[in-house]
Write a protein that binds this ligand. Structure first.
Ligand SMILES: Cc1cc2nc3c(=O)[nH]c(=O)nc-3n(C[C@H](O)[C@H](O)[C@H](O)COP(=O)(O)OP(=O)(O)OC[C@H]3O[C@@H](n4cnc5c(N)ncnc54)[C@H](O)[C@@H]3O)c2cc1C
Length: 336
């Protein structure tokens, strides 16, 4: 039996897909360990907007912090108030395990939260289980070249889960949600930090870390013509645009679209790597993709080792044909 608490992160009025993956995994664990409970932590200026979705994915109880400091877009740095809000929720919920989505927000606060509540933390794991009060997990390390087997015991243990590790699925038999409001007060002046500007990443208007289709450009996309082909393909597929370090160095793609060890981690259903060699540092950020399509003119490029489907050819010849075929089968595009 385990009391599981998940942090349901929200973005632009939605619970993030990664948070729903976390919730779905906790439901599997609760099914295997009779008597386990699943609660969700929600921190927002309007928590009730998310209750129905939380129940649909398996939460039985929700601990809610309501404060305008968490309004979107933020007007103050979120790290300190979020850490304080989650610490307050954990104090009330008294969970055995707290599972958080390992996105950029959680990467920023996990260490501070662990110190604040004196809890052990297993960051950025790709799988985990709870056995007799012990959390056992696997963690990709050294740019995912090795898998570390780690375990922790504590009250609670903090675990952050990588995107794409488990599928998000709805609970066929949702239970009524019990709601607990957790008191919260935060003085933005004492944080000592000021938010000067919120910059929205330009990735075809779609959030890269949440996208179900990603079109990623590499150094092989060497000019504006190539960039236009990438944009046209992404628009047809409703995809977000990502890039390798090589593509960013050309100046054609913004640094915010970097995927990899030093960039974003993505886990789409379909990842299309175009003119990308497949360096380990890049693969570290996309290895959670379900289907990988690689287009590269070098048939021996390492990227093909990670591809479900490979096209050995010049992108300037392959992409126009690919785009034309998609246009002709317009109705199929919607079902990708
Ligand atoms: C500490 C560290 C951290 C790093 N972090 C990251 C990271 O987070 N993300 C990242 O991406 N990289 C990262 N890198 C850099 C990484 O090692 C690679 O250098 C980089 O990923 C290469 O980008 P690329 O594949 O686009 O370019 P290249 O390696 O130059 O490959 C270009 C590919 O395009 C193909 N090509 C060329 N022309 C065409 C054409 N017309 N049609 C089809 N194919 C074509 C070529 O055959 C080649 O395979 C990091 C490196 C270090 C040292």
């Amino acid at each position: 039996m385990a009391r599981l608490l998940i942090f349901a992160e929200t973005r632009a009025g939605c619970i993030t897909r990664l948070s729903l993956e976390v919730l779905s995994r906790c439901r599997e664990i609760a099914r295997e360990r009779r008597g386990s409970t699943i609660a969700a932590a929600i921190v927002s200026d309007n928590p009730p907007a998310y209750f129905e979705e939380l129940a649909r994915y398996g939460a039985e109880e929700v601990f809610a912090v309501t404060d305008t400091v968490f309004a979107s877009p933020p007007r103050t740095p979120q790290g300190a108030p979020l850490t304080a809000a989650l610490a307050g929720i954990i104090e009330q919920a008294v969970p055995d395990v707290v599972v958080l989505p390992s996105g950029e927000t959680v990467k920023e606060i996990l260490g501070a939260l662990a110190v604040r509540i004196s809890a052990p933390a297993l960051p950025d794991v790709s799988s985990f289980n709870v056995l007799d009060g012990v959390v056992e997990a696997q963690r990709p390390v050294f740019t995912a070249g090795f898998i570390a087997h780690v375990r922790a015991k504590g009250a609670p243990v903090l675990v952050s889960l990588r995107a794409g590790s488990y599928a998000a699925s709805e609970n066929p038999a949702p239970s009524p949600l019990r709601v607990r409001n957790v008191p919260f007060a935060f003085d933005a002046k004492v944080s000592g930090k000021t938010l000067r500007k919120v910059v929205t990443a330009a990735s075809g208007g779609i959030d890269l870390s949440e996208a179900s289709v990603v079109v990623a450009a590499g150094r092989g996309v060497r000019n504006k013509k190539g960039k236009r082909l990438i944009e046209e393909l992404a628009a047809l597929l409703g995809a977000a645009i990502g890039a390798s370090r090589g593509a960013i160095e050309t100046g054609l793609f913004p640094p915010s679209s970097l995927i990899g060890q030093t960039g974003k981690t993505v886990s789409p259903d379909v990842y299309i790597a175009i003119g990308i060699s497949g360096a380990l540092q890049h693969v570290a950020g996309m290895s959670g993709s379900r289907t990988v399509i690689a287009i590269n003119k070098d048939a021996d490029a390492p990227v093909f080792r990670h591809a479900t489907y490979g096209i050995a050819g010049d992108l300037y010849e392959v992409l126009p044909a690919f785009i034309e075929a998609l246009k002709q089968k317009g109705s199929m595009v919607n079902s990708v």
